[in-house]
Ligand binder design. Sequence first.
Ligand SMILES: Nc1ncnc2c1ncn2[C@@H]1O[C@H](COP(=O)(O)OP(=O)(O)OP(=O)(O)O)[C@@H](O)[C@H]1O
Ligand SMILES: [Mg+2]
Length: 137
Amino acid sequence: MSANVPKRFELEIPIACDKELEATKVAERVAQEMQFGPDCVAEIKLALIEGIINAFEHSGSAIQKVLVEFAIHDEELEVVVQDFGQGFDASSKPNVRPLQRRGYGRVLMESLMDEVKYFTSPQGTRLVMKKRRPKCA
Ligand SMILES: Nc1ncnc2c1ncn2[C@@H]1O[C@H](COP(=O)(O)OP(=O)(O)OP(=O)(O)O)[C@@H](O)[C@H]1O
Ligand SMILES: [Mg+2]
């Protein structure tokens, strides 16, 4: 990996239409630098888009921004989406609504990433996702 990519860094994304795409451009560059293959790069980008859109759509945040953090570890890439909204009960099973074609986002992120965890409170939600390198040559 090139020396000019820091091990951990953060982006601030305004809650506004299409702004999640800026984060995915950074995710793509980081994942490519980490030697993830094209399929894995696409999986990371898709999971990140869903995590950010969930924060935009569901957080109810008065603070009109979301933080996206990348942490490059030897074995994995960690991607965090932090919002400052109302939180939710992440221990409940995802509420899939087939008629509305809604409720698939969490299931999707879990299928795309190796680990998906929520840390959520009335002060905000922190979504922590990890993608391990070895599975993704
Ligand atoms: N950052 C968040 N803040 C508050 N609630 C959240 C957040 N992320 C997810 N949720 C809650 O979890 C539910 C499930 O999210 P999920 O992404 O699975 O489905 P969805 O966003 O409702 O629909 P879809 O992603 O299929 O369009 C959401 O409906 C919302 O209630
Ligand atoms: Mg969703």
